[in-house]
Design a protein around this ligand. Sequence first.
Ligand SMILES: C[S@@+](CC[C@H](N)C(=O)[O-])C[C@H]1O[C@@H](n2cnc3c(N)ncnc32)[C@H](O)[C@@H]1O
Length: 440
Amino acid sequence: MTPAARIAAAVALLEAVEATPQRPADATANDFFRARRYIGSGDRRAVAERAWGVVRQRLRLEWWLRRTAPGGQPTPRRLLAAHLLLAEGWNWRGVEEAFPGGRFNAEPLDAAERAALKPLAGAPPVHPEMPEHVRLNLPEWVLPAFRDRFGDRLAEEAAAMERPAPLDLRANLLRTTREAAAASLAAEGIATEPTPFSPWGLRLRQRRPITGTAAFREGLVEVQDEGSQLIALLADARPGMRVADFCAGAGGKTLAMAATMRNKGRLVACDVSAVRLEGAVRRLRRAGVDNAERHLLEPGDRWGKRRQAGFDRVLVDAPCTGTGTWRRNPDARLRTGPGDLAELSGKQGKILDSAADLVRPGGRLVYATCSILPEEDEGQMDAFLGRRPDYAPVPLAALWPALCPGVPSPETDSSGPYLVTSPGRHGTDGFFAAVLERQG
Ligand SMILES: C[S@@+](CC[C@H](N)C(=O)[O-])C[C@H]1O[C@@H](n2cnc3c(N)ncnc32)[C@H](O)[C@@H]1O
């Protein structure tokens, strides 16, 4: 593809993303490229990277365009050209030439577009007159909650959320060790380093596709952010236990817990989504897990009633706003709003109440989110502990030394008894996890 054709394709991809604003952008991108198989993998990567760059910077690009052309719409063409000028450092001439018209290329910029864009040449992406949330590249509605969470580290965390996430793998101890998995990847030309907190984690030095490697196909490694690995670690599922992964999805944490259980005991992966649970089947097989079963939770289901107090561990990896994963899903910060938070908070409380009854006295309920909004995290725990005096938190500081001997704990001064990870401080996604013990 010529550089101009790549620009045109990135504009078309952004238009497709805009046309389905509630759909995750990567799902739209998959359809987009499937319908254009003639776009080779190098071009596909370049087109997607540029489009995601625009999505990542959208709040700032829009601010600039509203300033230079107050009545004009921030169309995908304008946003992309603004991105070239502000974020990629292109000069004005280069941008004009990137829209040459003709077959496979974007139409030339018209007079209104030129008037809106030309003043952006040489301008900095962040302007001192931007409102704080635009400067930080965060939607306005999360600002108070993010400030509660991060205090004077807010700018540092917001900046970390703008950087693309590294690719983390979890060595599957059912099949290998972390060292052997790293050696196997290295033999295939993929350099990794151990993650600082998770005893199973390997971080790629450079982002590379890994699903084609023998190490992945043979189930030696699974893709999983280090923060997510820590949640499975905190569940402390041991061989012979009865364990329920209540919101198992496609089994990311089920797989990790099967490994700590060494395939011994009973592990049930539950979810309300048959499609997501089905997604776990191949992963479980590849990982060599044979102690896990799946259960689809349905309305009126008596499964939970029959298993009250039947589990040593119940993990609730709750549906949440996903605000902790914004560095990974740049479009999510544009799609998520306060209405989602209200709806999800209600759901989280209900899920916790159902899951809590499954835990035996002396057993543990582990509640986790990939959100950094206190309302979904500590707020949810305060409300739950108010409703359920038979539960008490087990502080992270008490759990960590036995789970990870010799490794410094990821706890922070402000995280209280809970695990709170963040991109700026830990280099992971933003996760929250609480371990609650049911009193005997
Ligand atoms: C954060 S995702 C789980 C991710 C998964 N544990 C992993 O590690 O890959 C939350 C899951 O909760 C499920 N869910 C939503 N409502 C639920 C409910 N009422 N009971 C159980 N699971 C639910 C969703 O279908 C989704 O798969």
